[in-house]
Design a protein around this ligand. Structure first.
Ligand code: FA5
Length: 350
């Protein structure tokens, strides 16, 4: 091989080793194969050579060009792969395209977040209650200050069964039973009622990124002497900081529910879009997470508790939306999708 060609080839291969980006690679291509590049410049030295030497030199230059082109193409492909890998590494934990690896079984993300909330409230002295999914009209509505034909029923499109029972639309349906269960202890021993009760709820809703017809809530109540809105805010703040373990923006605004007075809506700044607006938060930047308020006197009375002596707060935490925010899942319909390769990514927690 011609000495000049050999040196040029060695120089190219040395430089190629240092290339890290597509842009550097393009500069190298221009430096060697461009119109004013080093390989093209070789051809200017053909002048004094014999015909035979010219042919041989030309062949070697062409071989070098081909080799350089191939080397550049190979390096371009490997840089593309490296760039892609870097992008994939930067993708947040939830990856919809992640293939299933092996199946060992895992907890559903809603179960994980539910357990976390249960632990937080249990550590603050709340009892954990279980309640039926099929309830009576009295439990779900009438005991909650929502008589028959009250317009507030329209807020929860209900699945009724033939026997007059219904699929509970809200965990509040268990409130009356809790007051009846723990009321006597409150009255006799002065022990406040502190209970949480998670459960599946059903509403005949059209679904979208933040609404499902089957979803989970966790109800919480505290009743005793001098229980106030400050107690409510303290427990809400503690729960959110334990679940998210970082500062998150919330807002409290007035909200209407016949079973609380005053009533509030506690919204969370959408963690999917950071508050700029997206499908997950219906483009408002905020997501309704946990309505709450001071329990209406009629509801306490219906549960056998004298509202003149005792007060209390109640909240209805949207567990499905909480899991959505905690795990960065933009569409809560994924939760019921049955797609295990998406849902078992969170096993490591708890
Ligand atoms: C209620 O269900 C009241 N029982 C909450 C309550 C309890 C208020 C105690 C006051 C005192 P609401 O319909 O807004 O309220 O639902 C409560 C939460 O459940 C919502 O903030 C939301 O996080 C969640 N939620 C409601 N509907 C859906 C749905 N279709 N899909 C997913 N989550 C929902």
């Amino acid at each position: 091989m011609n000495e000049e060609i050999r040196d040029l080839r060695a120089g190219f291969l040395d430089k190629l080793k240092e290339i890290q980006s597509q842009r550097e690679l393009e500069d190298l291509r221009v430096a060697f194969l461009g119109k004013k590049g080093q390989v093209t410049a070789l051809l200017k030295n053909l002048g004094g050579l014999s015909e035979e030497a010219k042919r041989s030199f030309g062949r070697e230059v062409n071989d070098l060009k081909r080799e350089i082109s191939e080397q550049l193409a190979m390096r371009m492909e490997s840089i593309r792969q490296e760039d892609l890998q870097r992008e994939l590494d930067a993708v947040p934990t939830f990856d919809v395209s992640m293939p299933p690896v092996f199946r060992r079984g895992s907890y559903h993300p809603i179960t994980l977040v539910q357990r976390q909330c249960e632990n937080v409230f249990r550590s603050m002295g709340f009892t954990l209650e279980d309640y039926s999914e099929v309830v009576t009209d009295y439990e779900c509505f009438e005991s909650l200050n929502i008589p028959k034909f009250h317009p507030a029923r329209d807020m929860q499109d209900t699945y009724y069964l033939d026997n007059g029972q219904l699929l509970k639309t809200q965990t509040s349906a268990a409130q009356n039973a809790i007051y009846r269960k723990y009321g006597p202890r409150l009255i006799e021993k002065g022990e406040p009622i502190k209970a949480v009760f998670p459960g599946r709820c059903f509403r005949n809703e059209s679904t979208d990124a933040c609404h499902e017809n089957t979803f989970f809530q966790m109800e919480g109540v505290m009743v005793g002497r001098d229980i106030s809105i400050s107690n409510l805010i303290f427990f809400m703040k503690t729960m959110l900081s334990e679940v998210f373990r970082r500062d998150i923006k919330v807002r409290l605004r007035p909200g209407f529910f016949p079973f609380v007075e005053p009533g509030f809506e506690l919204d969370i700044n959408c963690l999917i879009c950071g508050g700029s607006g997206c499908a997950s938060c219906k483009h408002s930047g905020w997501l309704e997470l946990c309505p709450c308020g001071m329990i209406h006197p009629n509801v306490l009375r219906e549960g056998g508790i004298d509202p003149e002596q005792y007060t209390g707060f109640a909240f209805g935490l949207g567990l499905t939306r909480l899991a959505m925010m905690k795990y960065g899942i933009a569409d809560l319909r994924d939760f019921n999708s049955g797609l295990l390769n998406r849902l078992d990514q969170f096993t490591g927690e708890n």
